[in-house]
Design a protein around this ligand. Sequence first.
Ligand code: CP3
Length: 341
Amino acid sequence: MPGLLLDTLRGKNARQRPVWLMRQAGRYLPEYRALRAQKGGFLALVYDCEAAAEITLQPIRRFGFDGAIMFSDILIVPYAMGQDLEFLVGEGPRMSPRMVDTALSALHAVPDRLDPIYATVRRVKALLPADKTLLGFAGSPWTIATYMVNGEGSRDQHETRAMAYRDPAAFQAIIDAIVSVTVGYLSAQILAGAEAVQLFDSWAGSLAPAEFERWVIAPNAAIVAALKRLHPDVPVIGFPKGAGEKLPDYAAGTGVDALGLDETIDPLWAARNLPAGLPVQGNLDPLLLLSGGSELEKQALRVLDAFADRPHVFNLGHGIGQTTPIEHVEQLLAVVRGWRG
Ligand code: CP3
């Protein structure tokens, strides 16, 4: 029996809403911090399949979320493409060499760096209750490229946008290489037990319209088409953060099965302007989880009510913050679980 989350991603509008939270495994949980301290670092955790499976399951045990998202990171793909990767505490990821000054052909791919992720997925699948949905994921090519080109995060993806204008052929080659690795990566996650997959495009919002078409819609459409040929029944969730009024074009152009919405999108606008029946996921502002209280409840109900007429997966508009109090997550879950459309 597929669970509520998988049913909803396949287009069923049940009266009860499935719920999971982006970045639900992580530093706001004391049990995560304890295991991370023991293993010594983020990448060490990701590459210890037993620990990564345990961390994937921690939020399911504590909160009973409807979905478990495998514990890994989107930057494992460029790591497997041959870039070096480090996570500096308090600063974030660092990658080298930077593709702004290095040819793609200079990288030596290390595909084995993906294998432990599949082992984690198999392990979680064996332990996860059947009514919970196991989610795989990858970063979308544009977002991955912004880290590959610049070597670290950036405020407005300046280096990468400039490179895409200056040398579109070289940039296209990077995007194409990411598409190809990502299709194999997501397909292998599915074979290992992932029941749906999400494409995270965290920096989709920084592109002008023609560039959005070329670097966001086209590569995600290629990934979706390839996955549909291989795994026609596995839903793909697209999450083009910051896409705003380009969302209807993204939905139509990529063919994703469900659309993740960030917190800048008015749920009433989305309900009116997105194709009828298209499942949506989102989109409570994660900052409301810091304050909690009546505003949290009011805004959560606003999201739930707005999407009453279509399949809806309750989630945040982006990842849960590391200072989020556990009690506020519990408060939110009580609101979502008490709601009936
Ligand atoms: O959602 C989940 O619980 C699954 C695991 C997951 C992580 N990262 C774990 C993680 C997922 C789905 C991601 C996605 C991810 N990673 C994105 C896309 C979504 C988004 O947040 O925009 C991006 C852009 C990254 C890249 C990344 N990873 C950055 C910029 C950082 C450093 C900033 C930070 O939050 O520390 C990471 C590290 C990271 N990825 C952590 C976790 C739990 C924190 C690691 C730690 O120090 O313990």
